[in-house]
Structures are given as structure tokens and as C-alpha cells.
Design a binder for this molecule. Sequence first.
Ligand code: C2E
Ligand code: MG
Ligand code: MG
Length: 277
Amino acid sequence: NVAFDSEAKIACDTIKKDASRHWAVYTEELGLRHQMQNYVREHLDQAMAKGYIRVYLQPVVRTLTGELVSAEALARWESPQYGTIAPGIFIPVLEESRLISRLDCYVIEEVAKLLRYQIDNHFPMIPVSVNLSRYDFLLMDPLAFVERIVEQYHIPRYYLRIEVTESALVKNRHLLIEKLHQFHQSGYQVWLDDFGSAYSSLNVLQNYEFDELKIDQGLLRYFNEDSRKIIRSIVLMAKEMGIHVLAEGAETKEHIDFLRAIGCEKIQGYYYSRPMP
Ligand code: C2E
Ligand code: MG
Ligand code: MG
């Protein structure tokens, strides 16, 4: 029975990397997830062409004044078949299948179009940051692409910022140091995303020239005595090193008051706004 075989395989694949487990149970939820992953792989191009993938923007606010200082571009997939697919589902699939660079190029171009629209209409301008995956650096030349887009749409480099996650720096270290250095040399600000989430290595701050450090929202989630000490220390350290610092995932008034008290420069989080179309 083919269907039975494939369900068994789906279940087994979930424990492939865990040698301590000898069996797994297939559930409907697992099946749906599997279907969605296949869907993502097979429909990326169509979704971009038809505009099912949209770029949302989440504001970043200056802590002291509450003014809007920049925005982060975040991809949203509104599929006619599955409804909204979360980045938590489609980003890992696109990374595994090495399709992520196509999405990231699409997002960069959409942001460039938006900035062009603002300029053409004499609307206020704020810098927009885009997320790069570490695979982008293996699959393509992100700087060459960004440069081409910036020229095509006549966007001042100041308005396009690059976010790279901390986990990106664990592998391919030397390649990344070089590539990020080139971004910097070409006049782009480079931000370190999700600091404090994975294999935090303080080395990273020493070897790369980051303009801004984004503290991972995981640290605000706990919000106990210890996590507050950690956040306070990160803010102090960043200041000592002359790196701008932003806290992600601020949801409550308590979060904001705390971040203001410890001198965290910028805030991004649901307290101010969710990502918006
Ligand atoms: P990220 O770059 O760290 O983006 C911040 C995530 O935190 C976003 O989730 C945002 O919606 C969420 N967030 C912001 N404020 C709050 C808050 O106060 N509370 C909570 N609970 N969450 C908050 P999102 O949009 O689901 O994106 C998840 C991750 O997917 C991003 O994390 C980023 O790593 C990745 N991603 C999203 N779009 C792209 C893209 O176009 N390219 C690449 N390579 N990665 C992307
Ligand atoms: Mg980010
Ligand atoms: Mg982040």
C-alpha cells in the first residue's frame, strides 16, 4: 500500500537524526506539515509571480522619543490552498531545498520598489532592513544583487540594511567575515539578528563589524531577574563597543519601561506594532 508506505516514511524521517529513538508514530498533523512543505517547495515561483508572497513591515521605534526610526521587512505567504503559511514553516523548507535566495532576492526587490515609490511621491523615508539567510552567501552573491537593485531603482544605500542571524556566523565563518566586510565597505549597515538565541559567541562581535545588534526576543520572553541581567549586560557591552542596540519582541509596558531604564536605544515588538502589510 503506497499511501501506508509514505506515511510510515514521513514518521520515520522525523527521527532520522536521533539515534536514541527506534520508532515514531504518524499523525495527521505530521501529514499536513509534510504536505505543506512539499507545497512550499513546488509553489515558490508561482507564489512570487502571483503576489501570494508579500512583504510586511514591522516598525522599529527609538526608545527615548517613541519616534519611528526604521522598519524590518518580513515575508508573508498567503496561499489560496493553506491560508497564511508562517515564516517558521516556509523559511526552513526553502533553506533546506536551497531555494531561499530566490525569496530573499524577491523581498529585496519589493523593498526597493517601495522605497522608490516613497521617493517618487515625496513621502517620508525610513531605512528598511532585510533578512539574509546564510545560504544566500553560498547560493549567490548577495552584495552584487543588492548593488544591482539599488542602481536599478536609484535607492540611496543608506535606506537598505542587512540583517544576518547569529547562527549564520557559526558555519562558513571566514566566507561570511569577508562578505559582510564587503557590504560594509560598499556603504551598507549590517545588523546582527537574534543575538543571544543560539550559540552566542562574543567573538562574533570582535571579528565582524556590525553596526547594530538585535537582542533576540527569547530573552524578553522569560523576563525574570536573570534574563534582565543578561539584557542589561548586552546593552552595556554594545555601548562600550560603539554598536547600536535594539531589543526585539517587546510586548508589554513593563518591557518598555525596563528597556528605557537600562538605556536600550531601539525597540521592535508587538507593543508598538505587529508587522503590517
Ligand atoms: P526575525 O528576523 O528575528 O524577525 C522577527 C520576528 O519576530 C518576526 O517573526 C516578527 O513578527 C516577530 N516579532 C516581532 N515582535 C514580536 C513580539 O513582540 N512578540 C512576538 N511573539 N514576536 C514578535 P516572523 O515574521 O514570523 O519571522 C520569523 C523569522 O523568519 C524571522 O525572524 C526571520 O529569521 C525569518 N524571515 C522572515 N522573513 C524572511 C525573509 O524574507 N528572508 C529570510 N531569509 N528570513 C526571513
Ligand atoms: Mg530579522
Ligand atoms: Mg530577530
